[in-house]
Ligand binder design. Structure first.
Ligand SMILES: [Cu+2]
Length: 162
């Protein structure tokens, strides 16, 4: 009788965590996906990777003002640089980065904001971040892309409003 109860308690000690852990993981997944907005870049469209330089909007890389305080940064990644490699916006701006790769798999990770995307050749990545504090926000390619991968970087310069 007593022995049977002990076995039951030991079983329960395993059953409860084995249910609680996956439930906890599912909750963490839902909170990060819908609460913190962490998700994979969607299918924003494709361009022919061999014709990136001739395809809008990547034929004119740079920053475009969409509305007061809203910008779109159109960028191209190639071995081993970003075009442009410097983005200038005033503090308090919301910037949507529209980026693709011309050649191999690259990445775009901007320090200080929630931007971390893979750049697949011809696949358009679109990600938005808000820059409130003036300063420099360095960005790097974080997918190994060859011998000079470490030189592939740039910065977002957020200028104080006057
Ligand atoms: Cu790269």
């Amino acid at each position: 009788m007593k022995r049977g109860t002990t076995v039951y308690l030991y079983e329960l000690a395993w059953i409860l965590p084995s249910v609680a852990i996956p439930v906890g993981m599912l909750v963490a997944l839902l909170v990060t996906a819908f609460g913190a907005g962490v998700h994979l870049p969607g299918r924003e469209g494709r361009v022919d990777p061999t014709r990136v330089a001739a395809t809008a909007p990547f034929d004119l890389p740079g920053v475009v003002a969409l509305a007061p305080g809203r910008y779109e940064a159109r960028m191209v990644a190639q071995t081993w640089s970003f075009t442009p490699n410097e983005i200038r916006v005033p503090a308090g701006s919301t910037v949507t980065f529209v980026v693709t790769s011309k050649d191999v798999v690259h990445g775009l990770l901007i320090h200080g904001v929630n931007v971390n995307v893979m750049l697949l050749p011809g696949q358009i990545a679109r990600v938005t971040a808000r820059f409130d504090r003036p300063g420099e926000y360095p960005f790097v390619c974080h997918e190994y892309c060859g011998i000079a991968h470490h030189t592939m970087w740039g910065k977002v310069v957020v200028e104080a409003r006057r």
